[in-house]
Design a protein around this ligand. Structure first.
Ligand code: UDP
Ligand code: MG
Length: 144
């Protein structure tokens, strides 16, 4: 089964939307294989978003992602990567289709509730960024 990395961002956690967003995710048929709540340092967030380090929004993004707790999770489903990108919608909620998570909940292009990996390859490295083999397999025989 294909896997993707989702992160409920600090705006999602801070606005008490964890349950509503997870409800949407589960209703679309994704299985949550692993999840945890973390408070990320700017350093960790900066590494995670290193691909954007030259972009004008990078500093604000790093500050935002380390401004409160976040919830990385590993989701499984057939076609998980693309289906999850469809479920979350465009980066800017003003451009996100109705029915998508960002259209429904996000406040603006930065505070857009949720992260989703953009390819199977990225998903593999993003999952490994937040979850050890132990969390994914050794302590969880169902996942191996
Ligand atoms: N972002 C932003 N301003 C922009 C573009 C992106 O603040 O103009 C933030 C936003 O939180 C986004 C994240 O940076 O989710 C990563 O950007 P990306 O282009 O990868 O968007 P995504 O893949 O999350 O839709
Ligand atoms: Mg992206």
């Amino acid at each position: 089964m294909e896997r993707t990395l989702a992160i409920l961002k600090p705006d999602c956690v801070g606005r008490n939307l964890i349950g509503k967003v997870i409800d949407r995710i589960e209703r679309e048929g994704f299985k949550i294989l692993a999840m945890k709540m973390v408070r990320l340092t700017e350093q960790t967030t900066g590494e995670f978003y290193a691909v954007h380090r030259k972009r004008p929004f990078y500093r604000d993004l790093v500050q935002f992602m380390s401004s409160g707790h976040a919830i990385p999770m590993v989701l499984a489903k057939e076609n998980a990567v693309n289906d999850f990108r469809k479920l979350i919608g465009a980066t800017d909620p003003a451009e996100a289709e109705s029915g998508t998570i960002r259209h429904e909940f996000a406040e603006n292009k930065q505070n857009n509730i949720v992260h989703g990996s953009d390819s199977v390859r990225t998903a593999k490295s993003e999952i490994a960024f937040y979850f050890s083999e132990k969390e994914l397999v050794e302590n969880n025989p169902d996942l191996s």
